[in-house]
Every structure is written in structure tokens, then in C-alpha cells.
Design a binder for this molecule. Structure first.
Ligand code: ATP
Length: 464
């Protein structure tokens, strides 16, 4: 057991590995930096987050539709969006140990000073003048800062002599697929402005990271919304979306005191934005961006209209006014949601006499396994009854059957993966048909008739 705040991340990383949530990528080959694999329980947790998001923002709203665009788009998309010219980080290399760092992170950590937007020459001068040491080897021997595009690319075609003729970029955000299909969506979906398009999927960024587990990775999933509005009145839509995003945080169980807002200063906004607010979460390594909300104006649709030479206009059915819609963009990272949920729900409970229970208090709807079914013993027909109960529950909930080891250990294993309910079949079950239903958070146990289990758990899932 560890207690300091910094150690909490270590404990979470260890639990994530030990219990099949997150594995280091390509571990048998010595690892692959800034990339992770989601194990069986991690894959379920991720799926539950995405299902909840999709349900909240498409199924339950008549003003939203979904889209599933490709990862590889026409290369011109990224010229129009500004990513080819401007999606850069300033990097420096330590000449002594050859490690590479983001210049802004280096300065921020050493001097607690923000340098976003400063010219490269000034960034270089700050590092040199302040003799900032290399965080790895402590040498003060830096290259000049230089720009490094964050987009990965892949050759599409090669010339006869093998040179790359055309390249495609792996999308660094999902948003652009929505903008380039805006025309198709209004032509086919009978939606009136204001309306939104939601999309989730992989995005890729060649990031240099300080190693905060899955917080910043090179391959991640975004859940993004482009909400199209008339050219005036964006302020109230912005406020509404901020409230809606906070409501989503509440829905997935993130505590209010762990969340705060960060308003981007006007002179530091991205090229496309007139206002950006980040929702920060207090991770064990400090307050960091969980989600973002931006007013992207009509920048993207106009850029794509110009670069593709296509008219992208919306006609108001009542006034017949034609205009380029403006956009509010709420964006959510799946991995950061996943990490915030693990941080929020992880607890080491001291139960007395050196007994420590590790438990994940995940909201039941997001927990990877909802109910675990155990026969007390394999023998005397208990395993057969347990198997029948597992078969009755598993069409309704993600359930797990486990017949190995002491019952206490089986409970603790389920506590560690956040399973809200465990069901034990014992000798009394053979006599009166009742089983033990054990609750994760209170560890309370009650007898429930096996024929009523499904209804009881369904009700508990709704209220819990
Ligand atoms: P940061 O400032 O932390 O680099 P960003 O402002 O570049 O993030 P956005 O471009 O707004 O991030 O991306 C939208 C969301 O995607 C973020 O709020 C975050 O949840 C997620 N995200 C962005 N980059 C990464 C990454 N490298 N790894 C995991 N999630 C990411």
C-alpha cells in the first residue's frame, strides 16, 4: 500500500496491468513508447464509456446524428484545416543523452512559465539563458528549438523509382471528417440548424510525452461533436454546451471538486477558435485537460469550401437565408475519461489487522463486469446451479463465472475490477433456492431467491 499522491498513479498503473485493464504496448519486444493495449476489462470499460457517450449525445437527442468517417482522408483536408502548416510542437534535444523534450513542457516544469505562441528563437533563448538542465541526465547542452509536425503520415503511392509520390495523414482529430461531410449530411438527413454531428474514433499524434500513463499517447480515441449554429448568438450555445459537458461528468461519476475550468486567454487561442474553455481534472500528477470546448466560428466550413471549390451553404427553410453555419465543438478523450475514472474510483480500504482491500468504486453502468457468479464448491452439484445462473444472467449483463479459490479471494478480485455485485451459490441454495448477493461498496451480503436475481440486479443497476 502506498499513500502519497504521486504514488497513487503508480498503484493505479500496477492495478491496471495486474487486473487486465491496460498493458504496455508490445511488451514482449521491450515496449513501444507512449502506446498501450487495453486488456479484457479495459476494453469493456472503454466500450461502456463510448456506449454511454453515444447514447447521451445521439440516442437521447433529436438534434444530433452520428457519423463514422475514415482515419485516412484526402491529404488536402489537412492543408485546408491548417494542420499541415501549423500543427506543431517546438522540440529540443539533449545533445548529451539524446533525449527529446517538448520545449514548452521543459520551460513550464523548470521555470513555471508559459511560452505558448512565442517565436522559436525566444524559446531557445529562454532555455539557454536559464541553463535549464536535462531532466534525464542533468546536462545543460541543448539543440535549438525546432518545429515538429505532430501528424503521422503514410505513403499512398510511389513513383517507379520508389520515391514517395503522395502521402496521406493519419487523422490527428476526428472533427475534420464531420466538416467535409457537412453537405452530405444536410442533403440526406433533414436536419435544421441548430443540430450536431457526433463521432468517435481513433486519432493519432506523434507526441513527446512526460510519461503520465495513458494521459498522453500517440494513438487515442476521441468522442467529438460539431454543433452547427446560425452565424449570430454563439454565446448562449457555448454556455449550454459547457453545462451539458459538466452534466456528462456528473453522469459518469466524476466529482465536482476534482473538476475545474480553464479559459484560454484571447491572445493564445488556436487559429480557428474565438473562445476555448478546457475542463480540467485533478489527476495524481496535477490539474490537466480532460475535455475541451471551442467556438470554431465558420473557419473550417469556409476553408473546405475554398480549398475544394465546393459551395458549402445552409439554407434556412423559413427565411430562405443562405449562410455558412458556425460551430461549437465539445470534444472528449476516451483515454483521459478512462484514467479519470480509475483515479476517481480507486480506493485502498484498511479493514483492520493489516487487512487492506483495494476497490474500484466504478459506477455500475460503466463497470466492466456487472455480476460475478461463484459456486462455493465445485462439487455436490453447486457448479451446475452456478452455471445455470450465469447462463440466465449473461444475456442481460456482462457476467463472469469463477469457481477457483477461496470465496474471500474471489470477492477481492472482483472488488479490484469494480464489479458491483457478486452471487454465491452454497449448500443452502440446494435447500431453499436462495443465493448470497454481495454488494461491492458496503460488502453487505443478503439472501435472494435465484429466480428473483435478475429483477433485483436490474433494479440495483438503475438506482446504483
Ligand atoms: P493537450 O493540450 O493536452 O495536448 P489538446 O488541447 O491538444 O490537448 P485537443 O486537440 O483539444 O487536445 O483534443 C481533444 C481531446 O482529445 C482532449 O481534450 C483530450 O481529451 C484528448 N487528447 C488529445 N490529445 C491526446 C493524447 N495525445 N492522448 C490522449 N488523449 C488526447
Amino acid at each position: 500500500m502506498t499513500s502519497s499522491i504521486q504514488d497513487k498513479l503508480k498503484d493505479i498503473v500496477a492495478l491496471a496491468k495486474r487486473r487486465g485493464f491496460v498493458y504496455p504496448c508490445s511488451e514482449i519486444y521491450g515496449g513501444f513508447a507512449n502506446s498501450y493495449s487495453f486488456g479484457p476489462y479495459g476494453a469493456l470499460l472503454k466500450k461502456n464509456i463510448k456506449d454511454a457517450w453515444w447514447r447521451t449525445f445521439t440516442q437521447l437527442r433529436s438534434d444530433m446524428v452520428g457519423l463514422d468517417g475514415p482515419i485516412l482522408l484526402h491529404p488536402k483536408v489537412w492543408e485546408a484545416s491548417g494542420h499541415v502548416a501549423g500543427f506543431h510542437d517546438a522540440l529540443v534535444d539533449c545533445k548529451s543523452c539524446k533525449s527529446r523534450f517538448r520545449a514548452d513542457h521543459l520551460i513550464e516544469n523548470a521555470l513555471h512559465r508559459e511560452v505558448e505562441g512565442l517565436p522559436l528563437s525566444e524559446v531557445t533563448a529562454i532555455i539557454h539563458d536559464n541553463k535549464i538542465p536535462c531532466p534525464k541526465c542533468k546536462a545543460v547542452d541543448w539543440t535549438d528549438a525546432r518545429q515538429f509536425n505532430l501528424m503521422f503520415h503514410t505513403p499512398l503511392k510511389k513513383t517507379k523509382n520508389g520515391e514517395e509520390e503522395e502521402i496521406a495523414y493519419l487523422r490527428p482529430e476526428t472533427a475534420q471528417a464531420i466538416f467535409i461531410d457537412f453537405k452530405n449530411i444536410i442533403d440526406t438527413m433533414r436536419k435544421r440548424v441548430p443540430f450536431g454531428v457526433a463521432q468517435m474514433g481513433k486519432a493519432f499524434r506523434n507526441e513527446i510525452t512526460p510519461g503520465n500513463f495513458i494521459f498522453r499517447v500517440i494513438e487515442f480515441e476521441q468522442m467529438e461533436i460539431e454543433y452547427f449554429i446560425p452565424p449570430t448568438g454563439w454565446e448562449s450555445h457555448f454556455e449550454q454546451w459547457l453545462a451539458t459537458m459538466k452534466e456528462w461528468c456528473r453522469l459518469i461519476g466524476l466529482k465536482e471538486e476534482k473538476l475545474k475550468l480553464y479559459e484560454h486567454p484571447q491572445d493564445k487561442l488556436s487559429h480557428y477558435s474565438k473562445r476555448t474553455v478546457d475542463i480540467l481534472y485533478e489527476f495524481p500528477f496535477g490539474w490537466s485537460e480532460l475535455y475541451g470546448l471551442a467556438y470554431r466560428t465558420d473557419f473550417d466550413l469556409k476553408q473546405h469550401a475554398e480549398h475544394s471549390k465546393t459551395k458549402i451553404l445552409y439554407t434556412d427553410p423559413e427565411t430562405q437565408e443562405k449562410y455558412v453555419p458556425h460551430v461549437i465543438e465539445p470534444t472528449f478523450g476516451v483515454e483521459r475519461t478512462f484514467l479519470a475514472l480509475l483515479c476517481q474510483s480507486y480506493e485502498e480500504q484498511t479493514l483492520g489487522e493489516g487487512d487492506v482491500r483495494t476497490v474500484l468504486h466504478l459506477p455500475p453502468t460503466l463497470a466492466p463486469i456487472k455480476v460475478a457468479v461463484f459456486p462455493l464448491m465445485r462439487k455436490d452439484g453447486l457448479a451446475e446451479i452456478a452455471d445455470a445462473i450465469f447462463k440466465a444472467l449473461s444475456p442481460h449483463f456482462q457476467a463472469e463465472y469463477d469457481e477457483g479459490g477461496a470465496i474471500g479471494k474471489r470477492y477481492r478480485r472482483q472488488d479490484e475490477i469494480g464489479t458491483p455485485f457478486c452471487v454465491t451459490i452454497d449448500y443452502q441454495t440446494k435447500e431453499d433456492g436462495t443465493v448470497t448477493l454481495r454488494h461491492r461498496d458496503s460488502m453487505k451480503q443478503e439472501r435472494v431467491h435465484k429466480d428473483e436475481l435478475l429483477t433485483v440486479i436490474k433494479n440495483l443497476m438503475q438506482t446504483g
